[in-house]
Design a protein around this ligand. Structure first.
Ligand code: SF4
Ligand code: SF4
Length: 393
């Protein structure tokens, strides 16, 4: 894994001026206002199906839908949010945002940015993050406007100049359930819910230390992946997700911006771009054909794509319809990706070769297939085979 400078990172991913993206055009927000999407989803049944088939039964369905129903409620932890969501609802119940600040007269006993950085990174891990990185706040990735889905209000997002850093956290998930695709089991992870909790806890700690911070538990501040790359967590994959050395793309990202003085990390080059050029497993298996089979380009293909970013263009509309508001199981792209592997000595060695002998990428892709990775596993004996570990929710 090679550490690179921000300038080198820029050359690899950015081809021209990047206009700040508007939160209104993210897929999660378009459901609230975009009639063209309503039209395309009109005839789909609202609830995902329970079928008399291994992996699709009620016991499999409940493990996916139960935690996801809780996720929206956890959003209340992240109140007030930059887009003002939930404020009206909370006012109805007479609930004020908690006031978190240091006790009168208390002074912070850590004044070195290096020590504060160590403290914050360890605190993030304590609250459940598996990976943590810090980047200087690059305002190109902050949304130009926020969109409140409850009130349907759209307003400029004003982030004061005092916010100088972004802390990016990755919450990984286990590999075992990922093999049982395409079923509900493949999508049982609660990394998103862990991310909301972890980010909320860390936000509260930073406020209690006397610094300003804004949490982005629901992607409220800006685009997570470029910030995660600048913070040194990984690189962008063909499937449009961040690939990290330890979890591949089997993770969820949280970001917190702050005025706390911190020491930034550096972006990394793990050989992902070269590997994805040789491998198209995600593109070939994606049921909605949302993932590009072509080379990287800067041409947006929907209104949810960003200009002047050199990447495999992703059709988020098709993926969203396939998932229908994230209720249906899929995430096949995560299951088949050769970087979605357990963090064992064998796989660390394989990743070392991918990083250090990049000319052999087509061979690694073939080997991955020959060894049977990325193949769907039947769920007929799942309960016996399943040995969950704490992060294997
Ligand atoms: S979640 Fe499914 S539909 Fe969406 S990109 Fe991945 S494989 Fe394709
Ligand atoms: S499946 Fe292959 S092409 Fe797709 S993101 Fe993973 S490594 Fe890249």
């Amino acid at each position: 894994m090679k550490k690179i400078t921000l300038e080198q990172w820029e050359k690899e991913y950015i081809t021209g001026p990047v206009k700040q993206f508007d939160q209104k055009y993210t897929m999660g927000r378009r459901d609230a206002w975009d009639e063209t999407m309503w039209e395309r989803m009109r005839d789909l049944p609202a609830l995902p199906p329970v079928r008399d088939e291994d992996g699709w039964r009620l016991s499999n369905w409940a493990m996916r839908i139960g935690p996801r129903s809780i996720a929206a409620k956890l959003a209340f932890l992240n109140f007030p949010r930059p887009n003002g969501e939930y404020e009206d609802i909370m006012k109805v119940y007479g609930i004020e945002p908690p006031r978190m600040s240091p006790p009168e007269g208390a002074r912070l006993d850590i004044d070195e940015p290096a020590e504060l950085t160590e403290y914050i990174k360890k605190a993030a891990v304590h609250f459940g993050a598996n990976l943590v990185g810090i980047a200087p706040l690059d305002r190109r990735w902050i949304y130009s406007h926020s969109y409140n889905v409850n009130t349907k209000t759209h307003k400029a997002l004003d982030i004061s100049e005092e916010f100088k850093y972004v802390i990016v956290m990755a919450y990984g998930s286990g590999y075992e359930t990922r093999k049982y695709y395409p079923t509900y089991i493949n999508t049982w992870s609660v990394m998103g819910q862990r991310q909301i909790l972890g980010s909320s806890f860390l936000t509260s700690v930073i406020k209690c230390l006397g610094f300003q911070t804004i949490d982005s538990s629901f992607d409220d501040i800006g685009l997570a992946i470029p910030q995660a790359m600048q913070a040194g967590l990984g690189q962008l994959g063909r499937h449009s997700m961040l690939i990290t050395p330890r979890f591949g793309a089997n993770l969820r990202l949280g970001q917190i911006i702050t005025d706390m003085p911190l020491i930034p990390d550096r972006p990394v080059d793990l050989g992902i771009t070269e590997f994805c050029n040789a491998c198209k497993k995600c593109a070939k298996t994606c049921p909605s054909q949302s993932i590009s089979h072509e080379s990287r380009s800067t041409e947006p293909i929907t209104i949810s794509n960003v200009d002047n970013e050199l990447k495999w263009q992703f059709n988020a509309e098709k993926c969203h319809i396939n998932l229908y508001g994230y209720k249906r199981p899929c995430e096949i792209c995560i299951s088949v990706c050769p970087f979605t592997k357990p963090d064992t000595a064998f796989h660390r060695t394989a990743r070392w070769f991918v990083d250090h002998a990049r000319q052999a990428d087509p061979l690694y892709v073939k080997l991955d297939t020959l060894l049977g990775y990325g193949k769907p596993r039947k769920a007929d004996n799942f309960l016996e085979e399943w040995h969950p570990r704490p992060y294997d929710f």
